[in-house]
Design a protein around this ligand. Structure first.
Ligand SMILES: [Zn+2]
Length: 175
């Protein structure tokens, strides 16, 4: 987000030169530069054997299941965010976490950091934000997530990570 006024004191921002960023909005009162940074968000595929955890949250997509996702909160690492969001939304604890690369959503200025997280312990206990939540066969995941383009990219990376060699998982993809 490009600020015009200081979000702390309301002063009209000046432009200050930063050697590697060029002109950056600056508040002289607070001595603060406001870099045009994206909002970091995580999306995590929780995996248990051949199963993947899918959720239904109509406010995100009406006709699509999605993966666990959420904003990175100040003070935590992105790995903390993955563990916290999985726990909050599903009640489960995850063990090993693997980073699978990032995606950028220009319309919402979101930097989506994608992960695969191995199920470790706990029973499914969905939060009130989630309408439905359960394990799905990983071969059915792409068919159940028609609207979630980023989620589907994560699932494809997961299929690659687990060494999936079949074709069934890709049957709903447009070729
Ligand atoms: Zn200020």
């Amino acid at each position: 987000m490009k600020y015009k006024f200081c979000p702390i004191c309301g002063t009209k921002l000046e432009e200050k030169y930063s050697w590697d960023e060029g002109g950056v909005p600056y508040c002289p009162k607070d001595d603060m530069m406001y870099f045009d940074t994206p909002k970091p968000c995580i999306i995590a595929a929780v995996i248990k054997d051949n199963q993947i955890l899918l959720l239904k949250q109509s406010y995100i997509f009406k006709n699509s299941k999605v993966l666990v996702s959420g904003y990175v909160t100040n003070g935590e690492t992105v790995e903390d965010t993955v563990r916290r969001e999985v726990k909050e939304e599903t009640g489960l604890n995850v063990g090993a976490i693997k980073y699978l690369g990032s995606d950028y959503l220009p319309s919402r200025e979101i930097l989506m950091l994608t992960f695969m997280a191995k199920y470790e312990s706990g029973e499914i206990e969905k939060s009130s934000e989630v309408e439905w939540l359960d394990w799905s066969n990983i071969e059915d995941a792409l068919c159940e997530m028609p609207e979630d383009e980023i989620g589907k990219r994560v699932v494809k990376k997961v299929l690659h990570e687990i060494g999936y060699k079949g074709h069934k998982a890709y049957r709903c993809e447009i070729r």
